[in-house]
Design a protein around this ligand. Structure first.
Ligand code: GLN
Length: 489
């Protein structure tokens, strides 16, 4: 295998053209995983046998003249809250530590149909609650750019897998930033699609009105390729929808943005960001300006002020209800007890970690009679205002340029005794989920320290392909994301 990074598209055409076999590609990915995992802990389960079997199947398909698909032989990683038939799907929790789903998530099916080979399930904050990937039953993930730091969360294992060169593509889920924030921390691209654009069927629910599945990659071309595979309506997810069939790969190849308007968010101009991250915004704006975009001033004042409390009411409320299904009777862990109620209490007490318990308690509180209106109903009203504010901003801009994060990745343990401090770091990502919009973290470079800078693009609902176009322009200027320690893909 070559030692420099390879795009998914390059792998797929090499496999389809018999320049290399899927088995060779997947074996190289598994070798790299074996070498790096002791350091990174990015994966909860390595699926070596299933992956090699699958790769051999693709090679047979190619040999017999069949069409192996646009992702033929491309090794991918999926977050461990996406169901994989017969392969444990833990959500980073003791509660589901040995749970093997009887079916594959829709996106897993779609990837496999396209010829991709799933090599592992990625480590994550328990039930996707967190911003550091430290809240996992399976131990913390390290950032491949600097192992003394966190990779971000909750999809930290997926971001780390792509940054470390295990795979060119990984899937994560994003409820309040869990794709975009770890992408920023690990120095890769990460896209959260429009709410309803990608099927949530087989994604273990955290907060159902906010959850979306989306990809990580090191190049915009690979991001586009993956979006072409996973985007679209699925009748099994009642909130999934479809507004046309954008051709993402075409947008990445011909990113014409001339004559469009880029909204720069007034509130993020001064003092809020670490300097290199503020400079990344300026530089990206310059690059877009050189490509013929005009800059517009937009305000997201309400989103900045009220997004955080609004999200941290709505998401725990939904989580407390979604997680009620883990009762020791139907899924996963079951503690022995003489009667059902004590079994329920013992199982939930032992199965969930502290952060998950904190969310369930908060959610139950804001939904309790007497507080429901004061918290939950108010948060729903605020959510509407945030949606309206974005809609207003999009009357003067085609796309919004803003930060994904305000700082470089945290040192491990930084928020051990400060959960609210951790929540505050989600300021720039969660308004996008509340408004159901597509958002993308775009890698813009590495500092001398080796730590990455990035920007976030946000587009109107169902304009996911716009993100790809603007990201392609930015990538042309700054270059694609390099593998952290010299990988093979
Ligand atoms: N960090 C946010 C939280 O803890 C977002 C998590 C996510 O998007 N899954 O809720």
């Amino acid at each position: 295998m070559k030692s420099e990074p390879m795009d998914a598209a390059v792998i797929a055409s090499a496999v389809a053209g018999r320049k290399c076999s899927a088995v060779e590609v997947v074996s190289a990915s598994l070798e790299r995983i074996a070498a790096q995992e002791p350091r990174l802990n990015a994966l909860i389960t390595v699926m070596a046998d299933r992956a090699l079997e699958r790769a051999a199947f693709i090679d047979r398909q190619v040999a017999s003249g069949g069409d192996p698909g646009p992702l033929a032989g491309v090794p991918v990683v999926v977050k461990d809250n996406l169901c994989t038939r017969g392969v444990r799907t833990t959500c980073g929790s003791r509660m589901l530590g040995n749970w093997k789903p009887p079916y594959d998530a829709a996106v897993v099916e779609m990837l496999e149909e396209a010829g991709a080979v799933i090599v592992g399930k990625s480590n994550m904050d328990e039930f996707a609650m967190g911003s550091t990937s430290e809240h996992s039953r399976f131990g913390p993930v390290s950032n491949p750019r600097d192992p003394s730091r966190v990779p971000g969360g909750s999809s930290g294992g997926s971001a780390a897998s792509v940054a470390a060169g295990y795979v060119p593509i990984a899937l994560g889920s994003d409820t309040g930033g869990s794709i975009r924030q770890p992408a920023a921390f690990c120095g890769v691209h990460g896209l959260k699609p429009t709410y309803g654009a990608v099927s949530r069927w087989g994604l273990v629910a955290f907060a159902s009105s906010l959850d979306q599945v989306g990809p990580f990659s090191r190049s915009v071309a690979d991001m586009a390729l993956t979006m072409d595979v996973i985007y679209g309506r699925d009748p099994r997810d009642s909130t999934s929808n479809e507004r046309g069939r954008p051709r993402f790969a075409e947008g990445a190849l011909n990113p014409s943005v001339r004559g469009t308007r880029v909204g720069i968010v007034r509130e993020f101009r001064e003092g809020v960001l670490e300097q290199p991250l503020a400079k990344a915004i300026e530089d990206a704006a310059l690059a877009l300006g050189e490509s013929g975009c005009a800059m517009a001033d937009v305000s997201l004042e309400e989103s900045v002020t009220f997004g955080l409390p609004c999200y941290y009411i709505i998401s725990p409320a939904e989580a407390s209800s979604n997680l009620a299904r883990f009762d020791g009777a139907r899924y996963g862990l079951r503690m022995d007890a003489p009667d059902f109620v004590s079994q329920l209490l013992l199982t939930r007490g032992a199965g969930f970690g502290d952060e998950v318990k904190r969310r369930i308690l908060t959610g139950s509180f804001v939904l309790s009679s007497g507080y429901y209106d004061a918290f939950y109903t108010t948060a729903l009203k605020v959510r509407k205002k945030i949606c309206a504010e974005f809609d207003r901003a999009f009357t003067s801009a085609d796309v919004i340029l803003m930060p994904a994060v305000s700082s470089f990745p945290f040192k491990k343990g930084n928020f051990d005794d400060d959960p609210v401090g951790m929540y505050k770091s989600d300021l720039f990502t969660l308004p996008v989920n509340l408004a159901g919009l597509p958002g993308m973290t775009v890698f813009t470079g590495l500092e001398r320290s080796g730590l990455p800078t990035s920007v976030q693009l946000v587009a109107p609902r169902w304009q996911d392909q716009r993100l790809i176009k603007y990201a392609a322009v930015i990538e042309k200027k700054f270059g694609r994301s390099p593998v952290a320690t010299g990988g093979c893909f």
